[in-house]
Design a protein around this ligand. Structure first.
Ligand code: B12
Ligand code: SF4
Length: 448
């Protein structure tokens, strides 16, 4: 038996394509719980053409909302050829009744537990229409994703790792706690250690002498040359302080550079911050979201305190850690001045990298339900649900003002003068890494 797993890529305007090509873990996780003896192939449509004539027994497609229409087209092609198609992932889980109109079977929720049953049913010719993971998988014991099924030549040489699932918060625009549950689950440290050992060698990146010489050019260079780079994809790496501190000590043993997502509050926890710094953290990805307390309260993220943002950035920088910030615009308390506020903050506080997104009411989230009830959603084309397009009517500006303001924000944040002030003016924080990242986005925004 052979299964083809596909990560679809929607048609995008060239200038909207994100530049850092990252690998992914969801399909490799699925492959790892596929019963022995079943052959699995993964195709990443961002880089490979799908061969619709390939002889396979089952096709599995994943999709976030913007890629769902493309996933449905792919399903149609295989179904035409008599091959059953199953869909999973966040979009299908939020809208199983929509997805099932396009595929033979839908997996709702985390797939690790139900996937082996689905394969058994397929073998018996009794594929069910919907499989629901009973509740967010209680097990924190995850298999190791089969990364070897991805062609590493396609991707930036950065390894991905997942250490936790779930989130105790319920920000209204976010699907994480709806999908993975409110219970924050972390994997056992020894299992993470074993997985890390399959990715990196423990110990120093290279001999201290060589490292010193290369560090004269850039302190990051030894790590880039040795590809000791890690992205921890968890939505919040610091949800359990004790676990987080243990994880940080473990990362230190590998002597690598890594980045991940955490809330702004970690800036005010000195022991955590020091742990991050010592562990090789090069960046913390922080969702600042808004400067308006009303917006933050409305979205259920009142724990973010805008008055403390500047101080937080300062404290994180003080530990030699950079910040990738994200902001959301088009919220109900946002008038057209919101864009300049973000630009000034990014430049004034020397934010190392920052993206500003238009609020996207993803299906299944509270923001979707609210805006739907208020009759403000005017676009149901899922491809446009990518946070770069407005799909609902904002309250205090026009749709055009919102979209052009978002683009102006990107342009100004990634302008030469901004890059100079944020990255090249001392004190430096990993300038090689951030110069590269900012330059990519500078080039992208010049085409707008
Ligand atoms: C890391 C991450 C990113 C990284 C991607 C890195 C990468 N290549 O993996 C970056 C920063 C680039 C990114 C970008 C975006 N992201 Co993102 N991201 C995440 C994050 C934090 C983790 C994703 C992940 O790998 N999870 C772990 C895997 C194992 O979980 P999973 O994908 O859900 O897969 C499981 C099940 O769904 C199921 N499954 C999945 N596929 C399939 C297929 C089949 C056949 C079956 C049976 C089962 C199955 O099995 C898996 C194991 O249980 C999630 C939140 C989260 N914690 O999941 C948001 C999240 C997925 N992102 C989200 C969004 C909105 C985006 C962007 C659109 C944001 C933007 N405006 O740019 C872009 C889109 C990028 C794109 N692909 O076009 C939303 C998606 C909402 C939605 N309805 O689609 C999420 C849920 C966060 C949120 N705010 O709600 N993201
Ligand atoms: S935005 Fe972050 S803190 Fe809020 S629910 Fe999503 S993952 Fe949790």
């Amino acid at each position: 038996m052979k299964i083809l797993l596909i990560s679809p890529e929607r048609e995008r305007k060239k200038e909207e394509a994100f530049l850092f090509k990252l690998s992914f873990l969801n399909l490799p996780y699925l492959a790892s719980v596929t019963p022995a003896g079943v052959e699995v192939k993964i195709v990443d449509e961002a880089f490979e053409k799908i061969d619709f004539e390939e002889k396979v027994d089952l096709v599995g497609v994943t999709a976030q909302t913007p890629a769902a229409p493309r996933a449905y087209q792919i399903a149609k092609e295989f179904k035409k050829r008599g091959i059953p198609v199953v869909m999973g992932g966040v979009h299908a889980s939020m809208l199983p009744q929509e997805a099932i109109q396009h595929v033979d079977s839908v997996v709702v929720g985390e797939a690790e537990e139900v996937w082996p049953d689905l394969i058994k049913d397929l073998k018996r010719g009794q594929l069910r229409r919907i499989y629901v993971a009973s509740e967010p998988s209680h097990s924190s014991h995850l298999p190791f994703p089969r990364r070897e099924l991805l062609n590493e030549k396609f991707y930036f040489p950065l390894k991905l790792l997942e250490t936790t699932r779930g989130c105790p918060h319920h920000c209204d625009f976010c699907g994480v706690s709806k999908f993975f549950g409110f219970r924050y689950r972390h994997r056992p440290i020894p299992e993470i250690e074993r997985e890390l050992c399959t990715l990196f060698q423990k110990g120093p990146v290279m001999s201290p002498r060589l490292k010193k010489i290369l560090s004269l050019v850039s302190i990051d260079l030894p790590y880039f040359l040795k590809k000791k780079l890690l992205y921890i994809i968890d939505s919040n790496i610091a949800g359990d302080k004790r676990f987080c501190l243990e994880l940080l000590s473990l990362l230190k043993e590998f002597d690598l550079l890594w980045y991940g997502h955490a809330p702004v509050s970690i800036a005010f926890d000195q022991s955590l911050l020091k742990g991050f710094a010592k562990s090789g953290c090069i960046a913390i990805n922080i969702g600042f979201e808004s400067f308006s307390p009303k917006n933050l309260n409305d979205m259920g993220k009142g724990f973010n305190q805008p008055d403390h943002y500047a101080e937080a950035v300062h404290r994180i920088h003080d530990q030699g850690i950079g910040i990738m910030g994200t902001f959301i615009v088009g919220l109900d308390d946002d008038d057209p001045s919101v864009f300049q506020r973000i630009i000034d903050f990014c430049i004034g506080s020397k934010l190392d990298w920052a993206l500003t997104f238009i609020m996207a009411p993803y299906p299944g989230t509270n923001s979707y339900l609210r805006l739907e009830k208020e009759g403000r959603i005017f676009c149901r084309d899922w491809e446009k649900y990518d946070s770069l397009n407005a799909v609902y009517q904002p309250l205090q500006m026009s749709v055009e003002e919102l979209e052009s303001g978002m683009r102006r924000t990107w342009k100004e944040v990634f302008s030469i003068s901004s890059i100079y002030k944020r990255i090249l003016k001392r004190p430096w924080i990993h300038p090689l890494f951030y110069l590269g990242m900012n330059w990519q986005f500078h080039k992208l925004t010049r085409k707008w």
